[in-house]
Design a protein around this ligand. Structure first.
Ligand code: 2P0
Length: 320
């Protein structure tokens, strides 16, 4: 529309997501276009609630988890720059209240659910009624992984080929996995030293090992599709774990080196491997942080919880 009008208030939710085949590296930094396709599972009720209220002001007012941020804060600036994509030079400012029910900046992908929820809220507030794929394209501009959080369940982010990025968005897979459980093994919930955005740039620019990453990711994506089609949990878990470790290998091979692991991360990996040696099918994946995300099925829940008593568990297909 030539002149936008906003609803009195809009509140929308988007789930966090965990990639089984990771997004690591951009072919275009200004549009968040990825080097490789990725595949994730959305985390049901864990994610971000975002409320938009139009305000009579000349700058957006950004609140994060109940606290108002300064307009100069990095998060406020990212949010305002994103709203600019919709605002197009018109005087239209919002109070943006964003609440995460997941630890912020702990490698638990709050930027993914945050920008997805903001996109859905803007679509509602401005009455745009956009198609899900276009919402995913828009969310991607805020944060690459946000394009996957526009959907529930398993989501593939097709990398696309176009320079304008209109074909680079999430697609929901027509598949479920009712017994699938994800456990969040928190090693450290503090802010990380190097965010994903600069971490992936450093890897692309300095790690020779990164050259093998697109091949690894393409092969893993194929295996994950097979695993999901056959409901083959071992194939799903093995592929996700190897994919995560391959991504971390490229980070470690960067300069200056990027090692997100802490001693407790390695101890948790060893616990997972010991469990597997004892016949318990449990696997892990990790993002740009020290925490592990465990993958297992409902029938192993008690055994896994015995070894990870503080585990927060989510069933991605639980409430369907
Ligand atoms: C993923 N990560 O696929 C990978 C694995 C982190 C490790 O997507 O620069 O916050 O905003 O596009 O989306 C986190 O990267 O990066 C991420 P930007 P984003 O989940």
């Amino acid at each position: 529309p030539s002149h936008l009008q906003a609803k009195a208030s809009s509140e929308l939710f988007a789930p966090s997501n965990i990639a089984l085949c990771k997004y690591w590296g951009k072919r275009d930094r200004s549009f968040n276009l990825p080097v490789n396709a990725s595949l994730s599972v959305s985390l049901d009720y864990l994610g971000t609630h975002t409320r938009l209220t139009p305000i009579d002001a000349e700058v957006d007012e950004v609140w994060l988890n109940g606290q108002q941020l300064l307009p100069s804060a990095k998060f406020s600036q990212k949010v305002s720059a994103f709203i600019d994509l919709f605002r197009r030079q018109q005087d239209l400012y919002f109070r943006v209240e964003t609440r995460n029910n997941i630890p912020t900046a702990a490698g638990l992908a709050s930027s993914a659910s945050g920008f997805a929820a903001l996109t859905l809220a803007l679509n509602d507030a401005l009455g745009l009624d956009l198609e899900p794929q276009l919402l995913s394209v828009l969310a991607r501009h805020g944060s690459g992984s946000a394009c996957r959080s526009v959907f529930d369940g398993f989501v593939e982010w097709r990398m696309g080929q176009r320079e304008d990025g209109l074909d680079s968005h999430g697609i929901a897979l027509d598949a479920e996995w009712p017994d699938l459980c994800i456990g969040l093994a928190k090693v450290d919930a503090g802010e990380k030293a190097v965010d994903s955005r600069s971490g992936m740039q450093r890897t692309v620019e300095t790690a020779h090992l990164y050259q093998s990453w697109p091949l690894q990711a393409a092969a893993d994506l194929e295996k994950l599709h097979q695993a999901i089609a056959r409901q083959d949990f071992e194939l799903l878990g093995q592929t996700a774990e190897q994919n995560a470790l391959s991504m971390h290998a490229t980070m470690i091979a960067s300069w200056p080196p990027l090692l997100y692991w802490q001693p407790e991360s390695v101890a948790a990996m060893q616990t997972v491997w010991t469990l597997r040696r004892h016949g318990v099918p449990v696997y892990f994946t990790m993002d740009a942080g020290p925490n592990l995300k465990l993958l297992f099925e409902q029938q192993c829940r008690d055994e896994v919880l015995r070894h990870f008593p503080d585990l927060e568990t989510v069933e991605p297909f639980g409430s369907r």
